[in-house]
Design a protein around this ligand. Structure first.
Ligand SMILES: NC(=O)C1=CN([C@@H]2O[C@H](COP(=O)(O)OP(=O)(O)OC[C@H]3O[C@@H](n4cnc5c(N)ncnc54)[C@H](O)[C@@H]3O)[C@@H](O)[C@H]2O)C=CC1
Ligand SMILES: O=C(O)[C@@H]1CCC=N1
Length: 266
């Protein structure tokens, strides 16, 4: 995605918050030329911060013509951000916003092609998972290039996107809640807080890597850790008594329903 002969940048990232910065940072980390990238952020203070976070990248207050754009503003700010890109005739607009349907994006971006992705914050370190839909195979190949630095990609029909938002989009927050609770539990049973935090964080991170890199799935790994009549069985029984599994089912279902609400404009 080089700067075009007309001098247009290869990519605009509109919205320099958590997700826009994760994406721009990931592109730089994987060799994207900073001169091909422009980050558009409306808040002055944040623009100053972004200059430090994204060396070599031009940070602007308003969008300009470009080969393509990613929109990473809050869903409530989506319409003016997308309409501005439509007015400039940006040919491909990729949204990472929760609960903004392709049909609405397409109406706002006019002649340009709208695509939709749902990443997660783990993309900050290239360990995310992102769902993608919309456009032609060629458009999606472009979007894959843009999203690749965030981690793994899956193409899914749009009617699965609320579910993806409820599971992997919001999921890092559920896992953080688990880490916080484990840290507190460690303190309860007598560990110094700093030690407890390290043990809790490493346990969750290490389990994730083992699941990705090992051969056992979650149920098999849990069985490996659970000795008959042992400590883990006692701990798991306590979790089942408190309906921990049902709590996660309800969390993902509630987040999925909220994504659908957002899509209906609520
Ligand atoms: N944070 C997350 O883990 C995830 C977020 N998302 C989606 O990413 C989008 C952005 O989320 P965050 O980065 O967390 O939000 P954020 O609030 O951190 O960042 C949004 C940024 O956009 C700027 N902005 C708003 N309107 C603008 C405009 N017209 N032009 C330029 N800048 C504008 C705001 O000033 C703000 O800095 C949301 O739609 C969300 O649904 C998707 C997956 C995960
Ligand atoms: O909470 C939200 O609405 C966004 C979408 C997925 C993660 N954060």
């Amino acid at each position: 995605m080089p700067v075009s002969e007309e001098g247009r940048p290869g990519l605009l990232v509109v919205g320099g918050g958590a997700m826009g910065t994760a994406l721009a940072g990931g592109l730089l980390r994987t060799g994207f030329d900073p001169h091909d990238l422009v980050v558009v952020e409306q808040r002055t203070e944040r623009r100053h911060e972004l200059s430090g976070l994204l060396p070599g990248v031009r940070i602007e207050a308003v969008p300009e013509e470009a080969e393509g754009a990613v929109v990473a503003v809050k869903p409530a700010d989506a319409e003016p951000a997308c309409r501005a890109l439509g007015a400039l005739g940006v040919p491909r607009v990729l949204s990472v916003m929760a609960g903004v349907p392709l049909a609405r994006l397409a109406a706002w971006v006019g002649p340009g092609t709208a695509l939709r992705a749902m990443p997660n914050v783990c993309g900050l370190i290239g360990e995310g998972v992102t769902a993608l839909c919309g456009g032609s195979a060629e458009d999606r190949a472009w979007a894959r290039q843009v999203l690749e630095p965030l981690g793994e990609l899956v193409e899914l029909p749009e009617d699965r996107f609320d579910a993806v938002t409820g599971l992997s989009g919001s999921g890092p927050a559920y896992v953080c809640l688990v880490v916080e609770a484990l840290e507190e539990a460690g303190v309860l049973v007598g560990l110094p807080r700093e030690v407890s935090r390290r043990l809790a964080t490493r346990t969750v991170a290490g389990t994730g890597r083992l699941l990705l890199e090992g051969t056992a799935d979650a149920a098999a790994l849990r069985a490996q850790v659970t000795s008959p009549g042992g400590t883990t069985a006692a701990g798991l029984a306590a979790l089942e008594r408190r309906a921990a599994r049902a709590a996660f089912l309800e969390a993902v279902a509630a987040a999925t329903a909220r994504a659908a609400d957002l899509a209906r404009g609520h």
